[in-house]
Design a protein around this ligand. Sequence first.
Ligand code: F6P
Length: 318
Amino acid sequence: IKRIGVLTSGGDAPGMNSAIRAIVRFGISKGIEVIGIERGYQGLIEEEFRVLHKDDVSEIVQRGGTILRTARSEEFKEEEGQRRAIENLKKHGIDGLIVIGGEGSLKGAYDLFKKGVNVVGIPGSIDNDIWGTDFSIGFDTACNNVIDAINKIRDTAAAHERTFVIEVMGRECGFIAFTSGLVSGADIILIPEVPIDFPYITEKLKERQRKNKKHNIIVVAEGVGSAYFIGKQIEDRLGISTRIVVLGHIQRGGSPSVFDRSIATFMGVDAVKRLLAGESGVMIGWQNNSPVSVPLEEVVKNKKRVSPELYWEVESLW
Ligand code: F6P
């Protein structure tokens, strides 16, 4: 392998830049040329390639987002898009590809692998919903963003004796809500993995009223349903003053945490190492504080979700 390509795809995640930096610098140290592919699979189809030198990745570790930019490419899901992508890799002499992204992007990497491309994936998603890795790049920073916001909301909630419903990201997976809710002292946490009805919520809130608690923090993952609807139900059923905060894309931005920078860096190095050693069709996961190689086939076949057993086990904490 003489020339490898790197792309970031799907939702950006803080820490992706650390992975790019590690891939470029470690690759160059091994005598490899590293090509940055812009805008994910879309840029692969449209031939948006540039050589990345050591200096091109200076001053980026502290930045969120991704210097290569990203996209959710519909075209790449089609046979024709994948055919053009492979043709472009061949045309530019790229004999190994590193894909940094979430579930959908790793599925794309697996498709390329099945069509003969040497490919290694790196899990990058704030959702932490990727099977085969304890953590994906960006999750830690996103949770820090969420608890930062909750700390601030708590001040005003207490001052006004209000109930806040805070909506966080996570369409099918509640890791952000579960983890940040748990560590910020939320009073109720709602996630897609655990269906919960309104009587549970109102009973919990009534119980808190009985204990003379005057304000409440409810954290809800977006996949559960609209925070506005939940807030309205609480107001109607209990007659308490409710406010809604939808955190949205604030969660995805900002300077990556030490943890995200660190796992991204080691995963980046490991991805290059394994590609050069002839491994392909794998994702570099993070398990037991080390990078590990997991077959992409397993990554795309399995789903990682919050365990309902774990949820109920710690429910007494809120
Ligand atoms: O997958 C990451 C994520 O941030 C999800 O948590 C969220 O549901 C989705 O992306 C939002 O996507 P977009 O930025 O395309 O609106």
